[in-house]
Design a protein around this ligand. Structure first.
Ligand SMILES: C[S@@+](CC[C@H](N)C(=O)[O-])C[C@H]1O[C@@H](n2cnc3c(N)ncnc32)[C@H](O)[C@@H]1O
Length: 430
């Protein structure tokens, strides 16, 4: 492994052999995080670029997402997926999108069980066999690194059986089985097609691939994608956009600028879903937020640091406040000398992961005297002092749209006051 990093070996086949060895025996992975691990970070793409000339990569559209874009796209899809659902990337390359999606999947008791379980939730199609093999090896390495597993694996070729070498245009059945799709297709131009109703002549391969994917997918399967801006803005693709809208697909978009240094293509990310009435509009500017109506602070009591001294107060802590309570009066108390809060107010648990069903779990605190609050809770005091405002806030926090918003803005495992202040204030489901 050290050789790859230190002498920049420009041989993808050799790197693949190393990746397989790493996946089988795991000599170094467990000591390294995801982004320092050569097989998991930019090294495979770098070695691949050194191995295949740019003209061929442009002709075949072989440019990989990289971790930042991949995590954004995977996050968009994961927020919409059923637990245990099957995510498929029909042009998976070395698996950047699949790896980013696998970061959301749970670790099982053993490496074998983890690979087995991920193998039932991850599928891919890739034209080039060496890229599909690298995707499979990297996923095993990721499972090792995340689970800190050291046990060997008997055979790598049995792992991730749903990542196959193939042509997405010929894989209707496989695509129809997916609950959701990750998508970063080739971006180049091609006249090798039979389309006539929405375009003629040279067309972007990405449009042809997307068109085929839309036709083959299960009707409810969302598509989280990186696509070239020309599909969204180009007049040549107006009929293509109408075709997507007519197929009942819609979704917001976010422009992401130039894809990378080699492609010279501007891209956007999007989540396409059935039954959304607008296609590629900007999210509405949100003027009303939780922060306009509530003062948002972190609780001040750090139990192991603050001495039990000062005035006696009722004490709210993450362990004792019942989730979604509409009126909890803390029975236990403690002495405290710092900031306290006058009910009614809402507390939200700070610990919150992108995989949680609800990201902002709240409860209303009532009582007739100030309350000391543990620092594992965020305190939201209504500016108008009314209980009714707290009840409305609880409804806002429980909305799926609030969880979606938090999943977009805060990927780590703790909510921040600014992420909570930015929650859009829309009390009823639209
Ligand atoms: C732009 S890359 C994206 C790879 C990966 N999805 C990512 O985001 O890093 C597109 C990949 O699709 C593969 N590809 C191109 N046409 C394909 C087809 N018809 N079926 C399956 N794979 C294809 C290419 O070999 C390339 O690896």
């Amino acid at each position: 492994m050290a050789s790859i990093v230190s002498d920049g070996v420009s041989n993808f086949a050799r790197l693949l052999a190393d990746a397989n060895a790493e996946a089988l025996s795991g000599s170094t992975v467990t000591a390294l995080g995801r982004d320092e691990q050569p097989i998991l970070n930019g090294v495979p793409y770098r070695v691949f670029r050194q191995s295949i000339d740019l003209c061929e990569r442009r002709r075949e559209g072989i440019f990989f997402s990289g971790p930042d874009l991949a995590r954004e796209v995977a996050g968009l899809l994961h927020a919409k997926m059923p637990v245990g659902g099957l995510a498929l990337d029909p042009t998976c390359g070395i698996g950047d999108l699949l790896l980013a999606y696998a970061e959301h999947l749970p670790i099982e008791a053993t490496l074998e069980a983890t690979v087995d379980s991920w193998g039932r939730q991850l599928a891919g199609i890739e034209k080039r066999a060496e890229l599909a093999a690298m995707a499979r090896a990297r996923l095993v390495v990721l499972a090792r690194a995340r689970g800190r597993f050291v046990e060997p694996v008997a055979r790598i070729d049995g792992c991730f059986p749903a990542i196959i070498v193939g042509n997405m245009f010929e894989e209707s059945e496989r695509i129809a089985q997916a609950d959701g799709l990750l998508f970063n297709p080739p971006f180049g131009q091609t006249s090798d097609h039979t389309v006539s109703d929405w375009g003629t002549g040279q067309l972007s391969a990405s449009a042809l691939c997307l068109d085929s994917l839309v036709a083959k997918r299960a009707p409810a399967a969302p598509i989280a994608a990186v696509l070239p801006e020309v599909l969204r803005c180009g007049t040549r693709y107006a009929r293509f956009r109408t075709r997507l809208a007519d197929a009942g697909l819609g979704g917001h978009f976010a422009s992401r600028g130039r894809f990378d240094a080699w492609t010279n293509v501007d891209v956007f990310t999007t989540l396409l879903e059935s039954g959304v009435s607008y296609l590629w509009q900007l999210p509405a500017i949100v003027s009303a937020t939780v922060g306009n109506r509530f003062t948002v602070r972190v609780g001040s009591v750090v139990p192991h640091r603050h001495a039990d001294e000062g005035r006696w107060y009722r004490f709210a802590c993450a362990k004792t406040v019942p989730a979604w309570s509409t009126g909890f009066v803390p029975e236990t108390g403690r002495r405290f000398q710092g900031t306290t809060h006058v009910p009614p107010f809402v507390v939200v648990r700070r610990t919150s992961s992108p995989g949680d069903r609800k990201r902002a779990v709240g409860a209303i605190i009532l009582g007739d005297s100030p309350v000391a609050v543990e620092n594992h809770l965020i305190v939201l005091t209504p500016n108008d002092g009314r209980f009714e405002s707290c009840a409305e806030l609880l409804a806002v926090l429980a909305r799926d749209a609030t969880t979606d918003y938090l999943n977009r803005v805060i990927r780590c495992r703790h909510l921040t006051t600014s992420s909570v202040m930015g929650i859009p204030w829309v009390a009823t489901d639209e």
